[in-house]
Design a protein around this ligand. Structure first.
Ligand SMILES: O=C(O)CCC(=O)C(=O)O
Length: 293
């Protein structure tokens, strides 16, 4: 009997997923020194009041409760001004623009204060099981648009088998601002069981054929509200169907020996060394996190 295409796709997906786990382990073994250091440094990082649920793969937070109200207000105010600056409006996706430059991270301390805040840093370290590597940082502007392509469709991120992205609203995000939508890891697995694991895009039909729409979390909320989401385990999409603008700070962490290091981060890579010298020379864990590796 010839297996049908759905069984073949699911088989190929399982192999792909297993290969990613093997690749991650191989990288950790091949770079044992950095792996050991990440784990050792992780032990120095203090406990956080925030826990990224291991099963669910996400946690919600309010920066107000973390005492970050003034810092977030400054970042939101800058972000609002920057939306009008055409030189800042960068990126290859017309529906997801980046307004942040490397120099901003040196000049405006609030960015790194927030990105490496002890509560976030502790939660991410615990979840990843080691001091994390800061992969990328962006200040995203989603302009009104009506496309449904690329990251506007359900997908998993590819950096690692487990990663942690902090998403913080820098304007009041309502359903008509194209918020990030995601499925908890427990629900994403159900989609995977039905449609197979893929690093490509999933159609809404595939997703809602396997899980109820009511399981989807939309990251709506006022300025300063946010989520940490494991985008490698939680299917997600965003920037879809906006009639209003969305502004969001995104801070992306993975393990230093991740599956796919990618081609770097335009914002961070030019200032990693300066940031370490300027801010983290007395903080070995965060210096490791910011480093180029
Ligand atoms: O919020 C969005 O527009 C999508 C973000 C996304 O896909 C991601 O961070 O991986």
């Amino acid at each position: 009997m010839i297996p049908n295409s759905s069984i073949l796709r699911k088989g190929a997906g399982s192999i792909h997923k297993a290969a990613r786990v093997i690749l991650r382990s191989a990288r950790a073994l091949g770079n044992m020194a950095s792996e050991r250091r990440a784990v050792q440094l992780g032990r120095l990082v203090g406990a956080s009041g925030l826990t990224i649920g291991d099963e669910q793969g996400y946690v919600a937070f309010s920066t107000r409760e973390l005492g970050l109200t003034e810092k977030i207000a400054r970042l939101a105010s800058l972000a609002g001004q920057w939306t009008k600056d055409p030189i800042r409006n960068k990126g290859d996706k017309p529906f997801l623009r980046n307004l942040l430059n490397g120099q901003d991270l040196l000049d405006i301390p609030e960015f790194m204060d927030v990105a490496t805040h002890p509560v976030f840093y502790g939660a991410v370290t615990k979840y990843l099981g080691q001091a994390p590597w800061l992969v990328s940082m962006n200040l995203w502007l989603t302009p009104p648009n009506q496309t449904a392509v690329r990251s506007q469709l359900y997908h998993y991120d590819h950096k690692d088998t487990r990663q942690a992205k902090i998403f913080i609203n820098l304007n009041d995000v309502t359903p008509d601002c194209g918020p990030l939508h995601f499925l908890p890891a427990t629900e994403s697995i159900k989609v995977e069981k039905a449609a197979g694991y893929s690093q490509g895009r999933y159609t809404d039909e595939e997703v809602y054929g396997a899980v109820a729409k009511s399981e989807v979390v939309a990251t709506v909320g006022n300025t300063g509200n946010g989520f940490i989401v494991d985008t490698a385990r939680c299917l997600h999409y965003g920037s879809r169907g906006n009639v209003k603008e969305r502004l969001m700070l995104m801070v992306n962490f993975a393990r230093v020996n991740c599956v796919d290091r990618g081609s770097g981060c335009e914002v961070l890579d030019q200032v990693r060394d300066q940031l370490i010298r300027q801010r983290y020379s007395m903080d070995p864990a965060r210096a490791f996190t910011i480093g180029s590796h």
